[in-house]
Design a protein around this ligand. Sequence first.
Ligand SMILES: [Zn+2]
Length: 536
Amino acid sequence: MTSAQVGKTEIINNICGYFIHQDPAPILLIQPTLELAETWSKDRLSPMLRDTEVLSDLVRDPRSRDSGNTLLYKRFPGGHLTMAGANSPASLASRPVRIVLLDEEDRYPNSAGAEGDPGSLAEKRSTTFWNRLLLTASTPTVAGSSKIASRYERSDQRKYFVPCPHCGEKQVLMWGNIRFVDKDPSTAHYVCEHCGAILTDKDKPRMLAEGEWIATKPFDGIAGFHISELYSPWVRWPELVRGFFKAKRSPETFKTWVNTSLGETWEEGGETVEADMLLKRKESWGTEAPEEVVVVTAGVDVQNDRLEIETKGWGVGEESWSLDYKVIYGDPAQDQLWNELDSYLQRTVKSKIGVHLNIACACIDSGGHYTQAVYEFCRTRAMRGIFAIKGLSMAAKPLVGRPTRNNRHKLRLYPLGVDTAKEVIYGRLRITEPGPGYYHFPTERDKEYFEQLTAEKQVTRYHKGTARREWVKTRSRNEVLDCNVYALAALKLLSPDLEQLTATMQAIPKPKPENTTPTKPTQSAWIPKMDNWLGD
Ligand SMILES: [Zn+2]
């Protein structure tokens, strides 16, 4: 399990060279796709075969007429090397092979055609050899579903220990020991975990030369090695830190950085968002919605004695502002509570531009004990953009799916991919700079609000041997998170063109401060045509 830039491809190349020269055998090398297998053959294997005398004598040049060799098939005395793509089941199910090499296994499709996991398919080709060898090398992906991480987990987990030039103590280089001053990558250095000495890239060659692989778990047939870019002779620590700052701008690029630079799996929501971190960034924008807000949605959670409602404002890039959080107490079985909700949802939000924004869409959870009451409420209010939703707790579901109508009221009920929504929200809560996806919170929100918003985390659970990512509550109350899920679903249902709306709203002249009765343009002119989401 490796990062990029540590010579993984060259190691695989050398293994091929070794077996061709010293211990000839049938070899199968798999790349994620057929195209990558061809590229690998041309750019990596061919130069080695050409420039290494002992190999060029053994593997005939494919250009010579009688070689029988092609780009993806090389014969040599005592064996052959076949290269294949994990996306092509035909190329995996060939003759028995003794040596199976899997490059970048985490980038393989989950199934080669209908045949199943490509890595296992290739591995099966070698089962008849007593002296078979499987080598797999990859940068990891998401924790819980990463193939290389699961193989490394079962191995003896060797790590590369390097001695400190000052105190001589051996240690594994870890990102947590990299330090820098004032967010300036050029100041990056390493701090010895034993003596606190400051180490720089100048110390690296000696440390690498004197390092050794040490197993951290007992050996049970699988030798596992982990190495990160911190060790790379070709990447200086300041460059690594520069990459970190660049990647940190969005959860998506940061995930790639963790995989490819640290060579570690990405814990999706594993490191839960800290309530305290969010609490610290509260801001004050007054009673009117910030001018970036062009659409307002609401999410309603139904509890036994109350309704909880989050009203959110949305701008370009789905940057959002928590405009209001309201709890209405009452009995969901009685009309009075729903009447109060009705008037609450009819209220408008005044924007700093001087426009009054309606709640353009609201989603109400119908999954609890009061399904019929929710249906009853939503039945006559679809024209106002008020919809019943039903949460589905399954991975990889669309955030909002196609509505069903198989209920007594023939009501349009929207299935909601709750796990997907939570992934989106937690990804966005980790964004630390205002801009696309950023969540703004007003000073009025209390600690409880943030604790509920961050009340869940994703963990890996095993079902019949396969790993699955699941959301679990870390505290009992999580209504704020649910309301945020529903308000996001309402935005997705509406799917407004936020850039277009922003351009339209910015063209409206701003009200003069002394003008106490601002003109009140009707919002209907620019909210998305209802037909878009009311049509069947
Ligand atoms: Zn030291």
